[in-house]
Design a protein around this ligand. Sequence first.
Ligand code: PMP
Length: 440
Amino acid sequence: PYVGPSAADILAKRRQYLSPSLFHFYSRPLHLVDGKKQYLFDVDGRRYLDAFGGIATVCCGHCHPDIVKAIVDQTNRLQHSTVLYLNSAIADFAEALASKMPGDLKVVFFTNSGTEANELAMMMARLYTGCHDMISLRNAYHGNAAGTMGATAQRVWKFNVVQTGVHHALNPDPYRGVFGSDGEKYAKDIDDLIEFGTSGRVAGFISEAIQGVGGIIELAPGYLPAVYSSIKKAGGLTIADEVQCGFARTGSNFWGFEAQGVIPDIVTMAKGIGNGIPLGAVVTTPEVAKVLTQRSYFNTFGGNPVCTTAGLAVLNVIEKEKLQENAHIVGSHLKNRLTSLMDKYEVIGDVRGRGLILGVELVTDRELKTPAKDETTHVMEMMRDNGVLIGRGGIYGNVFRITPPLCLTKEDADYLVDVMDYALSKVQQPAEITLRFLLC
Ligand code: PMP
């Protein structure tokens, strides 16, 4: 049994000593002590299916023995800064990562987080082009340092510090966007932004292929090819932020951008790539990478032996356990089952995403798409009470984000949907029951 500080003690210390901006999920915050595969355990030994932590920390499952062993062995041998001396861990992981990239994307820079990776990517685009103007999408999240906060485009994450240098384009959102699923129509907005908001030359364009924080919005088909061609014409570089949708998560591909048939100039990644260890990376072409020879670029812990050993172990586990294939098979099954809940519950406005990055948007009116924020909160709380943890996001906070570790099984997926079904039945009478009631 757990012996240690109670949830109340931890909350009191958080309030006194930690950032006042810290927030937690659930009205009764969850006090977790153990993790194993796709499951988490609280102080009382209750088990939860972790259907959210896959992006945040674990793509291969909590405390995967191969990854833990690799980290422990390397920690016992040597942990150090990255660049000053030779060590094989960073070189081996860079080689393995480069082998997963298409085209000429072969040069890897390591960082400690997604924010740092995107800061570096945007800086390289600016140095390479000699331009400052970047374009990102409304509803994007790219980080919380000065430059990336400028690229992030949701009011809730922005502080009035550095907002300049980034133009925010119309979001190619198939559900709420004005042009539905016509990616090419949204892409025209990029041409307009370049025409009216810049000198005609830009540093680049950054986007996710599936927006995570934004509420699992898969960019409308045809969008990225059209935009990449406009950006290239304006002399800019294209950056794919794969922090959430990369690393086998979409199942159909290893990288999110691949579904749109494009090859970016720069790819960034973080979160799950270290399975819980702080690790980020930027991959680009030798030609773009050269810009960093203009000065000295240094990151004390980016790519340190322990973190890159973890990264390599993650890639090996993805391969050995066929996790990309699993994301495809289990993710398709899960999406089908979630979609079938739409017949039963009017409150589900949309089910979307691919592989194991799925979203379920709740609305009080399907025509008006009015966000069902309270219902989202209730269902999330009730699912937790029944042993399933999911995330939420979207500009209105009404989208469930389902991003479990990639080892999720079909049985887990069924359990998740059954629990969501039960929770939804408590916030909305299933359609057939409403109908029977009306007929009486
Ligand atoms: N890009 C995307 C798409 C993200 O979702 C996040 C984190 N939510 C980041 C970048 C920033 O990553 P980090 O929190 O590791 O700085």
